[in-house]
Design a protein around this ligand. Structure first.
Ligand code: NAP
Length: 276
């Protein structure tokens, strides 16, 4: 029997997940398919209900369904609960729907992989307070960050994250300390997407070794990362995070780790039209 899984979003045609998972499926010699499911918000709950009992093995969930995915689950794992969102739903044969969130692992993995950075005991500055920022704050807290600044245009949204960990919320105008103290700056806003202007982050104020990460990966080299490189700060890109969240998703779906020898980053860069 073909093992079926996929990614559900709206729109979703741009997703790199099928490319990444299919490369790992082929390398593992699995009889499996990983598809794309474009489901509008109004149809999401019905789509998920139809998969109950194992029609699909599971789905990765992307924008705009990550919060709704949590509500559809019968069992919510800790990472998803902390993030207030799920990027992975697993459908058990007995009808159980498990919600999990591997974005945090992707974020921490990317920081380690591209900057050999561990956040334990460090100060992190997260730009943005939406779903991705919430997941980042939960993961950074879990990994032992000493302090997490959340800088956001809408101060109330930043304040809403204060209960998640050692968070200090601020607006952009009073964000100087957030940059002076940062060991890592993470862009979790949508600014920079599609080559647009990035966040107005005064990276020149940060300490020389401060790591700069951008969750945005279209384009891969955002204005923020270009500025980080100009200032000789270690830079971490959003594709490393995307691949980092896909690895535990694959393991959860197919019961085995993906083959690390498969150059999924190379494949993704080709699809993005960027040089490696
Ligand atoms: P979201 O919930 O819509 O949040 C958007 C955030 O951006 C909010 O904090 C918003 O501030 C801020 N923002 C938007 N426009 C702004 C502007 N003009 N000026 C200042 N702030 C602005 O989005 P999300 O789901 O958290 O996603 C955020 C980013 O992370 C996206 O680019 C997404 O693609 C990326 N992401 C990447 C990965 C990966 O694997 N690489 C995984 C998850 C997400 P307000 O609160 O003031 O509106």
């Amino acid at each position: 029997m073909t093992i079926r899984a996929g990614v559900v979003g709206h729109p979703v045609s741009h997703s790199l997940s099928p490319l990444i998972h299919t490369a790992w499926i082929k390398a593992a010699g699995l009889n499996a398919e990983y598809g794309l499911f474009d489901v509008p918000p109004d149809d999401f709950a019905a789509f998920i209900a139809a998969q109950r009992g194992g029609v699909l093995l599971g789905v990765n969930v992307t924008v705009p369904h990550k919060e709704a995915a949590l509500a559809c689950a019968t069992h919510v794992r800790l990472a998803a609960r902390a993030a207030g969102a799920a990027n992975l739903l697993l459908f058990e044969a007995d009808g159980t729907i498990i919600a999990d969130n591997t974005d945090g692992l992707g974020l921490l993995g990317a920081l380690h992989e591209q900057a050999v950075f561990s956040v334990k005991g460090k100060t992190a500055t997260v730009l943005g307070a939406g779903g991705a920022a919430r997941g980042a704050v939960a993961a950074l807290t879990d990994a032992g960050a000493a302090r997490i600044w959340v800088v956001n245009r809408t101060l109330e949204r930043a304040r809403a994250l204060e209960g998640l960990g050692p968070v200090k919320a601020t607006g952009w105008i009073k964000s100087t300390d957030a940059f002076l103290e940062a060991d890592v700056v993470i862009n979790a806003t949508t600014l920079g997407l599609g080559g647009g202007p990035g966040p107005h982050a005064p990276l020149g104020m940060t300490q020389p070794g401060c790591v700069v990460m951008d969750m945005v990966y279209r384009p891969l080299e955002t204005q923020l990362l270009a500025e980080a490189r100009r200032l000789r700060r270690p830079a971490v890109d959003g594709l490393a995070m995307l691949i980092g969240q896909a690895r535990p998703s694959f393991a959860a779906l197919y019961g085995r780790d993906p083959d690390l020898m498969v150059d999924v980053r190379g494949l993704a860069l080709k699809a993005l039209g960027e040089k490696g």
